[in-house]
Design a protein around this ligand. Structure first.
Ligand code: RUB
Length: 282
């Protein structure tokens, strides 16, 4: 299955990253399979591999299961449309509530956060963005590049500087991999940012998501990636009596979150818990 192999490889090595992009690319591969062979064995096998390629982002799991339940190719296009529309709607909700002339700190690369910045531009908001480098693999560079293309002023900092820069930030905007009853999963370092924001009474901490990020089936786990991604020093390239660990995601508890924003608006904790009792549908 060349397309499936290639896409799974790109998802695993982060060429395709961010929960929503992973879901979209997975749906596109499945669409080709359905066109050629329908919802048969090949679809089932590919669906399982794609859903499990990145076990923290729950979006692919939800979207693929929705398409399977519907069992018709039209559901794939409808889901792709939903993902774009819902993200833009969530972006508008954000743009409506943030104050003008604000400074926003962001971490990693989230298409939902980019959509919020785009809506803020559409509403003529003035703002600048502090972007953390997001090690390993410097995923913050992707965000900085995108913001530059959008002519949004950027301050780029190393991850360890985020606590110091929190005083300058009015908001922290981060994306979402999975929404759980106990909190929100996102790129490693998000939890630490939430703690720093909580210490600063002038900084609000926002997660920006769409409803495909709710972990209705208790599916997501915190992905641990290869320690090879963090062997940046020659000392670490050799065998030593140390354990190299590379967790890719962490969980931010509800107590540290000011707002979770989706296409439905700002969701309250009890609404989130209620939503988690249902299942993903568009
Ligand atoms: C990306 C990451 C993003 C979420 C949300 O991690 O944590 O914040 O996936 O992204 P990785 P989006 O680069 O390891 O996939 O808003 O695009 O769904």
């Amino acid at each position: 299955m060349p397309d499936v192999d290639e896409t799974v490889k790109k998802i695993k090595n982060l060429e395709i990253q961010g929960a929503q992009s992973i879901a979209k690319e997975s749906l596109k591969v499945l669409s080709k399979i359905v066109e050629e062979e329908g919802f048969g064995e090949k679809f089932e096998e590919a669906a399982e591999r794609l859903k499990n390629a990145r076990p923290t982002g729950v979006s692919a799991h939800n979207c693929i299961n929705f398409v399977k339940r519907r069992g018709e190719i039209e559901a794939i296009d409808a889901t792709l449309d939903y993902l774009n529309t819902a993200k833009n709607e969530a972006g508008k909700v954000v743009a409506d509530i943030v104050k003008d002339e604000s400074v926003i700190l962001t971490h990693c690369h989230s298409s939902a956060v980019i959509a919020a910045f785009r809506s803020m531009l559409d509403m003529d908001r003035n703002f600048r963005v502090i972007v953390t480098e997001t090690e390993p693999k410097l995923q913050g560079v992707k965000t900085a590049k995108k913001l530059n293309e959008m002519n949004i002023p950027v301050n780029y900092i190393v991850d360890a500087a985020a606590g110091l820069y929190m005083w300058a930030a009015d908001y922290v905007f981060v994306g979402v991999d999975s929404i759980r009853p106990s909190g929100v999963l996102n790129k490693i370092g998000t939890y630490m940012l939430s703690l720093a924001a909580k210490e600063d009474p002038d900084t609000e901490f926002y997660f920006i998501a769409t409803k495909d990020k709710f972990d209705y089936d208790n599916f997501s786990t915190l992905e641990e990636r290869s320690p090879d991604e963090i062997r940046e020093h020659e000392y670490l390239e050799k065998e030593h009596e140390l354990v190299l660990e590379n967790p890719a995601f962490d969980m931010t508890p509800w107590a540290n979150i000011d707002k979770l924003i989706t296409e439905d608006g700002v969701m309250k904790k009890h609404e989130i818990i209620e939503e988690l009792k249902g299942r993903f549908t568009i």
